[in-house]
Design a protein around this ligand. Structure first.
Ligand SMILES: *Cc1c(COP(=O)(O)O)cnc(C)c1O
Length: 216
C-alpha cells in the first residue's frame, strides 16, 4: 500500500470528530508531499531542526505539530509557525513558549502532557502537577491551553492500555469543565489509536501506519 492509500483508508475509518496528525518524523519531504497531495495538512514532528527544515521546504498551508519533548532553548526556532505543541510538562517550558509567542505577536496553542504509562520516563505531569501548572497558566497569556496529551504503556496488554487512556480521559473531562477552549485530547498512535478513540480521543498521532516503518 502507498502512503496515499494508507492515508485515505485511515482517514475514512475515523469518526468525524477525531483529528489525524500524520507523524512524519525521519521521513523525507517527498513522502510528506505525497500525503500533502492526497489532501493532508497536519503533520507531527518530534525534532525541532527537522521540523524547521520541512517547514521551509513545504507549502505554507501546513499545520505543524511538535509532538516530541521540546527543549526550552529551541522554542524560538518553531515559535513563528508551530500550530500546536503537544508535550508541555513544566512551567519553565510554558514560560519560554509564552515569551517567544509574545515576540512573534501570536498565541501558541499547547497541550499539557500527562504521564499515564507504567514505564518510568522523565516526561509528563502527574495529576497534582497538572493542577498546579494550570493554576499558573494565567501568567502566560500568549499560551493557549487547548487540552491534554498522553502515551500509553508499550505493551500487548489491551486492558492495561484501555485503563491508561480512560484515566487520561477522566482527567481531561474534569479540566474541560473548568476551562473554556479546552477541547483537544491527544492520545493514540499506530498501535493503539482504535483503543484511544474508544476511550474518547479527539486527536491521534499516527506515523508508521501511514508512512511505513522508520529506519533510525
Ligand atoms: C513517533 C510518535 C508517534 C507515532 O508513532 P507510530 O507508532 O509510528 O504511529 C506518536 N506520538 C509520539 C509522541 C511519537 O513520538
Amino acid at each position: 500500500m502507498s502512503i496515499t492509500q494508507n492515508l485515505i483508508a485511515l482517514t475514512k475509518s475515523l469518526p468525524k470528530n477525531v483529528t489525524l496528525v500524520a507523524v512524519s518524523k525521519t521521513k523525507p519531504v517527498e513522502d510528506l508531499m505525497e500525503a500533502y497531495r492526497a489532501g493532508h495538512r497536519i503533520f507531527g514532528e518530534n525534532k525541532v531542526q527537522e521540523m524547521v527544515h520541512k517547514w521551509e521546504q513545504m507549502p505554507q498551508d501546513i499545520n505543524w505539530h511538535m509532538i516530541g519533548h521540546l527543549q526550552r532553548n529551541k522554542v524560538k526556532y518553531i515559535a513563528p509557525f508551530v500550530a500546536l505543541i503537544h508535550g508541555v510538562d513544566s512551567e519553565r517550558l510554558l514560560q519560554e513558549i509564552d515569551k517567544q509567542a509574545v515576540k512573534h505577536q501570536r498565541i501558541i496553542p499547547c497541550l499539557l502532557q500527562i504521564h499515564i504509562a507504567q514505564e518510568s520516563t522523565k516526561f509528563g505531569l502527574s495529576e497534582t502537577e497538572l493542577d498546579a501548572l494550570i493554576a499558573k497558566a494565567i501568567n502566560y497569556p500568549n499560551v493557549q491551553l487547548r487540552g491534554l496529551m498522553g502515551m500509553a504503556s508499550f505493551t500487548e496488554d489491551t486492558a492495561q492500555i484501555q485503563k491508561e487512556f480512560a484515566v487520561l480521559k477522566n482527567i481531561f473531562d474534569r479540566v474541560q469543565s473548568q476551562l473554556t477552549g479546552f477541547d483537544v485530547l491527544s492520545m493514540g498512535m499506530s498501535g493503539d489509536y482504535t483503543l484511544a478513540i474508544e476511550q474518547g480521543s479527539t486527536m491521534i498521532r499516527v506515523g508508521s501506519k501511514i508512512f511505513g516503518a522508520r529506519n533510525y
